[in-house]
Write a protein of this length. Structure first.
Length: 102
């Protein structure tokens, strides 16, 4: 645990907690019964949460070389999360445009 200062640890874990809370709140948010689109955003946020937890785990073990694979896992889940969030946001925007045309 010597890899990060106490303040940096606090920020890391607070960010993970905030992200998890955002996922839960978005999952339960249901404007105008369009839960498919808002829940899609919540599900798309999960890979980023896995990425953050992989980073915290690697730092927890002082950036041990035998756990370096966590860095690759973090990168892969960050990429996946960004792609899924972009897709979910696009589909939410697209669904709103379709409703405006009706």
């Amino acid at each position: 645990m010597h890899a990060l200062s106490l303040g940096t640890w606090w920020i890391h874990w607070a960010s993970v907690g905030e992200w998890l809370m955002a996922i839960v709140l978005i999952h339960h948010y249901n404007p105008d019964d369009r839960d498919v689109h808002t829940r899609r955003i919540a599900w798309a946020m999960l890979p980023a949460l896995v990425s953050a937890m992989a980073a915290c785990t690697w730092h927890l073990y002082d950036n041990a070389e035998e756990l370096r694979w966590l860095v690759s896992l973090q990168a892969a889940f960050t990429l996946l999360g960004n792609v899924l969030l972009a897709w979910a946001a696009w589909s939410l925007d697209d669904s709103e445009r379709l409703e405006d045309q009706i």
